[in-house]
Ligand binder design. Sequence first.
Ligand code: C2G
Length: 151
Amino acid sequence: MTTVLTYGTFDLFHVGHVRLLKRISEFGDHLIVACSTDEFNALKGKKSIFSYAERAEILMSCKYVSQVIPEENWEQKIEDVKKYRVDVFAMGDDWAGKFDFLQDYTRVVYLPRTEGVSTTQVKEVVAAIRAEKKQQLVNAGEHLLSLLKEL
Ligand code: C2G
């Protein structure tokens, strides 16, 4: 069995995440995703929309993923590589070079990110839609008030 390991928050699961998991799953036959816990996200300065349990459930529903474990700190990677007998550690290339220290323990691969999509962008689109809907309600309310004044 060839085991691949990756780490991430994977909030608002999108096609960038899917394409990364698909590509790294092709390096082996057992892909482990270390999903950032809510507590670790806070350390990363991130607040995810979905909880750790929900993000882990979504990841497990992905056909490329064999196993999900919690990512609780920055320091667990060497231990995880040893514990799970990892053959390939892979991340998107926004992390290129950051985990080269793992080369003493396993193969390290960085793959190109999928451009044009990110969890932050999804949040911004949702926020824009909500703002537009709110403005529509305000406009409708003002229109109603003007009609009432004419009565
Ligand atoms: N990713 C990608 N393309 C995107 C967005 C993300 O390939 N459009 C990749 C990232 O490069 C990363 C993985 O998907 O390898 C997960 O991304 P995030 O959920 O943003 O995870 P991140 O905050 O980078 O956490 O210890 C490592 C950290 O936990 C990584």
